[in-house]
Design a protein around this ligand. Sequence first.
Ligand SMILES: [Fe+2]
Length: 259
Amino acid sequence: MLDPDLKFVFGDSYSDDFFSNGAKYRETLNKEGILIFNSFIGTDGLKALQNEAKELKEYSYKSSSEYNVYISEYDHSFSKNSPRNRIMSTSKKCIPNDLIPKKSILQKIYDSTVVRSFFLDLLNKEKLHPYQDPLSSININYYDQGDALGWHFDNSDYTITLLVKNCTQGGVYEFFNDMRYKEGGEDYDFVEKILDEKVKGTKVDSLEGDLMIFKGNKSIHQVTAVEKGERILVTFNYNETKGISLSEQSRMTFFGRIK
Ligand SMILES: [Fe+2]
């Protein structure tokens, strides 16, 4: 049963019945590479989350990072401008998990056994654990005017995000579904076409309160620069193995500290 505190947070369609039927959406996720649950958070819950995010923003850490789409070391067997090594960049502000109050709705959603078992069924996983380090399990990300998230593949198979606030112009999520590997290897040719803007991906019209789950490891994705307003996106990050911490390098980049 859903915690009574959470009942008022979720949108009308998200009852105990919904949460006990995660497996129902598995096929769609596998086929489309993405699932969007519209108005996952209802009006009251959204107001509370927006207020909380607003109050926390002054404590956020602003980062600018550069990386290649594989988020891996430079490979000297490829040229500098190759899709393997080409530099992408991201700028955003971030609140790490330890600054999110224990009583926060976000923490309750993350810790809820009902919600977690929904994710387990949906993703067909045995276990999902929080990060071992105190910073990385839930993050609130703020994208102000000019902030963007460059093309990349995620490290984890799946990414779970909640759009708390949408900007009024720009800040569009774009992806290419399940395109990463070809004949057992990386498909550099296709990535090059994407980076050279010779092909256009699928653009997602996500609304405030929507929960989005996507295969970020196999589907290259980006968020275009915010042109007007502010975009606030929460990520719920889980691990299949217990005791995993985010790399110290990533923690330094996004949080400015490792603990
Ligand atoms: Fe990502």
